[in-house]
Design a binder for this molecule. Sequence first.
Ligand code: NI
Length: 174
Amino acid sequence: MKELRYPIGRFIIPENITDSQRQQWIQEIREAPGQLRKSVKDLTKEQTDTPYREGGWTIRQVVHHISDSHLNGYVRFKLALTEEQPLIRGYIQEKWANLEDTKKTPLEVSISLLESLHERWIVLLNSLQRQDFMKEFNHPESGLATLETALGLYAWHGRHHIAQITSLRKRQGW
Ligand code: NI
């Protein structure tokens, strides 16, 4: 069950985050929208409405969740870069995933949204100096997080959810 939920494992913060590690994460963020598009290619509506695991989100919910999450992520980066340890806010992702837009929006809309968002995010990320990645935001539940940790987390997050979709397809032979 754990493998189904975490097909690439959980995110582990490396002890020492190097420039090349950051570059790799930026590259993963760059590639995520294209990989997401590929992961849902040629799926039927019925397949799209199938949970990726028993009791889990449907592929549709997973796709829309990635853009919900990364919209928040982008805003968190902008806040941390322009304010001193800004208090951000969480959101109830389970409830977001059950709002009507998640049910009714074509997947392609969220994939294009993610593509545009990541394009802009990459421009921002490439403009940052090493010390900028040390800036922090303050999450009400998990506390202070540096931007370099957040970068790694969002790089992992895209790969994590895409792998939920591709591993379902593999198991189902789709
Ligand atoms: Ni997620």
